[in-house]
Ligand binder design. Structure first.
Ligand code: THU
Length: 160
């Protein structure tokens, strides 16, 4: 268990080495598949400016896995993160309900977490997702979108 875990949040933010059991509702083999998939997605990253490769693997409730990588642009502000690429990809393919997302970078010294913009875009499609932050070694940290974006604003608030 993570020594970074605040008391009482162990099930919301927990670290796992490759192969150790987790509190996820997902089958361990599916978790491993997601982790493998986000690393595959990372290979396609277009990041000539930051050189910071990111890959995401998004699990639809229908079982499909959608991939995304960061796609940067010479006009820097137009770059898009891997998580949002995966979501655009999924929605374009008719999937809007998600169970989990796994994110890979090349950083081995800490777990990299989705940026604020990506958290809000994920939130559009629910709060109950599991989020797996991974290291190249295969170690991962398991959390939830609700934990990453508490007290969030979402579509159901737009009742007139
Ligand atoms: N990036 C992502 O793709 N996802 C994140 O959660 C954090 C940052 C990308 C954006 C940019 O291409 C590069 O990483 C450096 O910020």
């Amino acid at each position: 268990m993570s020594e970074n875990c605040p008391k009482g949040e162990d099930t919301l933010l927990a670290n796992y080495e490759n192969g150790s059991s987790s509190t996820s509702v997902l089958d361990p083999k599916l978790i491993q598949k997601l982790i493998h998939s986000c690393n595959e997605a990372k290979r396609a990253a277009h990041c000539p400016y930051s050189k910071f490769r990111v890959g995401a693997a998004l699990l639809g409730k229908d079982g499909r896995i959608f991939l995304g990588c960061n796609v940067e642009n010479a006009c820097y502000t137009l770059g898009i993160c891997a998580e949002r690429t995966a979501i655009q990809n999924a929605v374009s393919e008719g999937c809007k309900e998600f169970t989990a997302i796994a994110v890979a970078t090349d950083v081995e010294t800490e777990f990299i977490s989705p940026c604020g913009a990506c958290r809000q875009v994920m939130r559009e499609f629910g709060t109950e997702w599991e989020v797996f932050l991974t290291k190249p070694s295969g170690a991962y940290q398991q959390t939830t979108l609700h934990h990453l974006l508490p007290m969030s604003f979402g579509p159901e608030k737009l009742t007139i």
